[in-house]
Design a protein around this ligand. Structure first.
Ligand SMILES: Cc1cc2nc3c(=O)[nH]c(=O)nc-3n(C[C@H](O)[C@H](O)[C@H](O)COP(=O)(O)O)c2cc1C
Ligand SMILES: [Mn+2]
Length: 512
C-alpha cells in the first residue's frame, strides 16, 4: 500500500479524516507556525493541515503536520503498529543460512521483498512537469519564517541528496536551509552528519596539500569559532534537494541510518515498493521522480556563511554558526506544486512523532550490538538526544556501563547527553516508575559515569560547540561483585492470596 506521491498521501489523510483544509488567508511569516503549534499541542497532535490560501502565494498550497500523530505516523508507513516494522527488520537480521530446499523456499518471499528495496531509475516523472533553468527564485515557494528571532525564512522539510565522492553511494538527509536570496540558501548539515562527511571527502580530494591540509582546516573549524573559508580548497560538491516527497522517503531522510545505507533503499523497504528516480538536469544526481519540487545546485568547498539563529526542536533558538552555502542551478517542479514543511519548537511537535517511530524501529537494530537491551524510551521532552532510558538484562558486573558506552558509540546515539540504565523489570515507558527506581537506587558518586565526546550541534550548554560531557546513570540493582555488600531490599508487593481475598470482598466494602 505504498503512496505514489505526496498527493496520493494527502488523499489518504483526507479519507482517514486526518487532514484539515484551511481556506482563510494566512501569512507564511509566523502565522502558520502559531496555528500549527496550537494544533500540535492539542490532544494527540491534531490533524495535518493544508493551507490553501497563503498570503502572497495565490494558488500555492502548504502541507504541514503530516506526521504529527501516532496514527498518521502508522498511516504514513502503512502499518497497524510500529512494531510491525521492527519485526520485519528482525526477520532480516535473524535470517539463518538455509539448510536444504525447504529452507530455501521459505526464504524466497524475503528475497523477493529485498528486490523492492532498490530504487529504479525512470526516464521522466512528474517532478519534470516544469523545468526552470533561469526563471527561478527560492521565494517562489511559500517558505516559512517560523519564530520571531529566526534569522530569516527556512526550508524545514527538505530531502538533501548528495553523493559520496569515494564510493558513489547517495545519501538523503533532512537538513534545514535558510533562504538567503533568490538563488542561495544555507546548508545546515551538522558536522557529524553524512552529507557533511561527503563535503569533507570532496575537500580531501580537492586539497592541493593532500588530505592532511584538508583535515587541518577541519580541526580548526570548531564550530562557532571564526574560520577562514579562503584556506579551504577550491571545488564544489553537487547537491539536489527534494521537497514534497511521499512519506516513506521523507521519513527515511530523518532516520539515523548507518552512513553507507542509502535512504532510497530504506524508503523502498518501508513502502515495500521501489522508489523511482530521475536524473537531474544540471547535476550528476538522481532525485525522486514524483517529488513536488526539486532544487538542483552545489556548495562551494571554500565558502561558508553565517546560518541561524533558528527556533529549534530543543525549545530554544539554535545559535548562529558557519555553514556551507547552497547555490541553485535549476528548479524543476510539478504543476502547482504543493510545498511540504514542518515547524520545530518546544515539544511536543510534529517531529516528536517521527522520533517515537524511530525509537520503535531502531530497537531491533540496537539489539544487534547490545542484545541485553530490553526496551528504550526517549522522552519527547528531552528532545531525543538529551535523555535515553534503557532497560537491560543485567548479567555481569559493570554491565550498565558497558551499555552506556555502547550507546555513545552507536551512530547518532553518540549525542545522548544522559543515558539512564535500569533493570529489565522496570518499564521504561513508565517515567514515574523510572524516577522512583533511579532516585532510590543510586548512590550518585558511585553510579554516575561522566564521559567527554561529541555533542549535538544544537546543545547550547556544552563548554564548546559540538564538544562536551555526557552522563550515564547506573540505576540497576548493585551486586556484591560490584562491591556492594549490603543487603538489597525487595520492592514492596502484596502477596497474591491477600489480593484475591480483597478482590472478593471489594464490592462489599462500599468504597466505590
Ligand atoms: C524537521 C527536521 C529538521 C532537521 N534539521 C536538521 C538540520 O538542520 N541539520 C542536521 O544536521 N540535522 C537535522 N535533522 C536531523 C537529521 O535529519 C537526522 O540526523 C538524519 O538522520 C540525518 O541523516 P544522515 O544520517 O544521512 O546525515 C532534522 C530532522 C528533522 C525531523
Ligand atoms: Mn544517511
Amino acid at each position: 500500500m505504498a503512496y505514489s506521491d505526496l498527493r496520493d498521501w494527502i488523499s489518504a489523510l483526507e479519507r482517514a479524516d486526518e487532514l484539515k483544509r484551511i481556506r482563510a488567508e494566512v501569512d507564511p511569516i509566523l502565522e502558520i507556525t502559531e496555528i500549527t503549534d496550537r494544533v500540535s499541542k492539542s490532544g494527540q497532535g491534531g490533524p495535518a493541515l493544508l493551507f490553501e490560501n497563503v498570503k502572497g502565494y495565490r494558488g500555492c498550497q502548504v502541507l504541514i503536520n503530516q506526521f504529527g500523530s501516532e496514527r498518521r505516523m502508522k498511516l504514513a508507513l502503512g502499518v497497524e503498529s510500529l512494531d510491525e516494522i521492527a519485526a520485519r527488520i528482525h526477520q532480516f537480521l535473524d535470517a539463518k543460512s538455509p539448510e536444504g530446499l525447504l529452507d530455501k523456499i521459505k526464504m524466497l518471499p524475503m528475497l523477493a521483498d529485498m528486490a523492492k528495496f532498490f530504487p529504479k531509475t525512470v526516464s521522466s516523472g512528474p517532478c519534470k512537469e516544469v523545468i526552470r533553468r533561469d526563471d527561478f527564485d527560492l521565494l517562489h515557494m511559500p517558505v516559512l519564517q517560523c519564530w520571531p528571532q529566526d534569522a530569516g525564512r527556512f526550508i524545514t522539510l527538505p530531502c538533501v541528496i548528495t553523493r559520496d565522492p569515494k564510493t558513489g553511494k547517495r545519501n538523503v538527509g533532512m537538513y534545514r536551509m535558510q533562504v538567503y536570496d533568490a538563488r542561495t540558501a544555507g546548508m545546515h548539515w551538522q558536522r557529524q552528519k553524512v552529507a557533511a562527511e561527503h563535503y569533507r571527502d570532496a575537500m580531501r580530494a580537492a586539497s592541493s596539500g593532500g588530505a592532511s591540509a584538508a583535515v587541518d582546516v577541519m580541526a580548526r573549524s570548531g564550530g562557532g569559532a571564526v574560520e577562514a573559508a579562503g584556506e579551504r580548497p577550491r571545488g564544489k560538491l553537487e547537491v539536489a534537494v527534494a521537497i514534497g516527497t511521499e512519506p516513506a522517503l521523507t521519513f527515511a531522510a530523518v532516520i539515523p541510518a548507518p552512513p553507507d545505507v542509502e535512504e532510497f533503499m530504506i524508503a523502498g523497504f518501508l513502502r515495500q515498493k521501489p522508489v523511482e528516480l530521475v536524473k537531474c538536469e544540471t547535476v550528476d544526481l538522481e532525485v525522486p521522480a514524483t517529488a513536488e519540487i526539486i532544487l538542483e545546485g552545489y556548495v562551494n568547498l571554500d565558502e561558508l556563511r553565517s546560518e541561524g539563529p533558528f527556533g529549534d526542536h530543543t525549545g530554544f533558538y539554535s545559535l548562529e554558526d558557519l555553514y556551507p552555502v547552497f547555490h541553485v542551478t535549476c528548479v524543476t517542479h510539478r504543476e502547482k506544486p504543493i510545498y511540504a514543511t514542518t515547524i520545530v519548537g518546544k515539544p511536543p511537535m510534529e517531529d516528536a512523532w517521527m522520533g517515537k517511530a524511530i525509537e520503535r524501529i531502531f530497537l531491533p537494530l540496537m539489539r544487534v550490538t547490545l542484545p541485553e537491551i530490553v526496551d528504550v524510551n526517549l522522552p519527547v521532552e528531552a528532545v531525543f538526544h538529551n535523555l535515553m532510558i534503557v532497560s537491560i538484562r543485567k548479567s555481569y558486573p559493570g554491565h550498565a556501563r558497558k551499555v552506556m558506552n555502547g550507546i555513545w558509540a552507536m551512530g547518532q546515539a553518540m549525542f545522548t547527553k544522559c543515558v539512564v540504565v535500569v533493570d529489565e523489570d522496570c518499564d521504561v515507558q513508565d517515567v514515574r516508575e523510572v524516577v522512583l527506581r533511579v532516585a532510590n537506587n543510586i548512590d550518585p558518586e558511585r553510579d554516575i559515569q561522566f564521559t567527554l565526546g561529541p555533542v549535538d550541534s544544537l546543545d547550547h550548554s556544552s563548554r564548546l560547540p559540538n564538544f562536551g560531557s555526557k552522563m550515564g546513570i547506573d540505576a540497576t540493582r548493585k551486586w556484591p561483585t560490584e562491591g556492594f555488600t549490603r543487603p538489597w531490599p525487595d520492592q514492596i508487593r502484596m502477596d497474591e492470596a491477600t489480593k484475591r481475598r480483597v478482590d472478593a470482598m471489594w464490592k462489599k466494602l462500599g468504597i466505590e
